[in-house]
Design a binder for this molecule. Structure first.
Ligand SMILES: [Zn+2]
Ligand SMILES: [Zn+2]
Length: 315
C-alpha cells in the first residue's frame, strides 16, 4: 500500500448501537453525532437488527454502510460477529460450541454478501487464539473496541487482542485489524460508559462510496486509530515508511507541547516480535526476506493513544 496523492483518508466508525438494540439514542441522533464530529462514514451495527435510515435528512449523516452485530452465545460465552455490507438481516447461529457459533455466524454474513469481523474476543474473556485459529472466512478482528468491558489490552495473565492477532498472522491467517467504538451511550460521558469517538479507521479511497469503502477495507487500505493520525504511509517490499500527521493528531484542548518524541513507532513481525523501534514523527524499516509479515503500531506515550497499520505480507 502506498499513499496515492489523488486519494484521501476518510474516517469512519464501524460498530455502533442505537435504540434499535441497546443504545440510548435514536439512529438519526447517532448518525448526526458522527457527522458533526467529522466522520465520513458509519456502520450502525445493532444487535441482530439491520438498521437502515431512509429519510430526507441524509445531508446530516455520514455515508452509512449497512451492517449488523450478529449476536449469539455459546452457553454463557458471548459470540458477536459484525457483518459489513450485508444485503439482508442475518439470523444468529445457536450452538453450545464457540467455534461452531463463530463459524456459522461468519458463514451467514458471507452468504448475505458481507465482510465478517470478530468482535471483542476479550469481552468476558470469551475466546482466544486457539478457537479463532479453527474458524475461517472472517476478514477482520477488533484489535481495539471502545466498550468499557472489552479488555482489548488484555491483563497480566491474558493476551491483548493485538497479541491474538499476531498469533493468527504467524500461523498464516490473513486477518486485518479494526479499531471501533462499540458506542451505546450518547447522553452521558464517562469511563464506565460506552461513548462514541474512541476508536475508528481511516480508509484510503479516491471517492467516498459504500462500495469503495468496503473494497478498500477488504484490501487493507486503511489504518486503525484511537487518536494518532497518519499523513503518509508507504508499505512495500523495499521499505515501510510512516509519517504522522501532527496537526490531525493534536487534541482540541491540547497545547503546543505535543512534542514529536512522544511518538513511538514499533515495527512488529512473526509472533509479535518487535523488529525495530523509532521515536518521532517519521519512521522507516527496511524489510528482510525472512519477514513473513510486518505491521506497525504507533503509541503517543503522553496520551496513550495508538495507531495500527495493516500487516504487509512479504510473499
Ligand atoms: Zn458485542
Ligand atoms: Zn456492540
Amino acid at each position: 500500500m502506498v499513499t496515492d496523492l489523488t486519494s484521501k483518508w476518510y474516517k469512519g466508525n464501524l460498530h455502533t448501537h442505537t435504540t434499535n438494540s441497546d443504545g440510548d439514542a435514536s439512529p438519526s441522533h447517532v448518525a448526526e453525532w458522527y457527522r458533526s464530529n467529522g466522520y465520513d462514514f458509519l456502520c450502525i451495527s445493532d444487535h441482530n437488527h439491520l438498521t437502515i435510515l431512509n429519510d430526507s435528512n441524509q445531508k446530516k449523516w455520514p455515508l452509512l454502510i449497512p451492517g449488523e452485530e450478529v449476536t449469539s452465545a455459546a452457553g454463557k460465552t458471548p459470540v458477536h460477529v459484525n457483518g459489513y455490507g450485508i444485503n439482508e438481516l442475518v439470523k444468529p447461529s445457536v450452538s453450545n460450541d464457540v467455534v461452531t457459533a463463530l463459524s456459522e455466524n461468519v458463514q451467514r454474513i458471507v452468504s448475505a454478501g458481507g465482510l465478517a469481523s470478530i468482535n471483542h474476543p476479550n469481552y468476558k474473556w470469551a475466546f482466544g487464539y486457539s478457537q479463532l485459529a479453527k474458524v475461517s472466512g472472517y476478514r477482520f478482528i477488533e484489535v481495539y473496541n471502545g466498550h468499557h468491558l472489552s479488555n482489548s489490552e488484555g491483563d497480566l495473565e491474558r493476551p491483548s487482542v493485538s497479541n491474538i492477532w499476531d498469533q493468527l498472522l504467524t500461523r498464516g491467517k490473513k486477518i486485518l485489524g479494526l479499531a471501533v467504538d462499540d458506542s451505546h451511550n450518547y447522553h452521558e460521558i464517562g469511563p464506565d460508559l460506552s461513548n462514541p469517538g474512541r476508536g475508528w479507521i481511516q480508509v484510503q479511497v479516491n471517492q467516498l462510496s459504500k462500495n469503495s469503502i468496503l473494497q478498500a477495507m477488504s484490501q487493507g487500505n486503511y489504518y486503525a486509530s484511537t487518536g494518532v493520525e497518519l499523513g503518509e504511509l508507504v508499505l512495500n517490499k523495499k521499505q515501510i515508511r510512516l509519517e504522522i500527521d501532527e496537526s490531525a493528531t493534536k487534541q482540541p484542548n491540547e497545547k503546543r507541547d505535543n512534542h514529536q518524541s512522544n511518538f513511538i513507532t514499533s515495527f512488529i513481525g512473526v509472533n509479535g516480535t518487535v523488529l525495530h523501534v523509532e521515536k518521532g514523527v517519521s519512521s522507516k524499516y527496511i524489510p528482510s526476506k525472512k519477514d513473513l509479515y510486518i505491521r506497525c503500531e504507533i503509541l503517543n506515550s503522553k496520551t496513550g493513544q495508538k495507531l495500527w497499520t495493516q500487516p504487509f505480507w512479504m510473499e
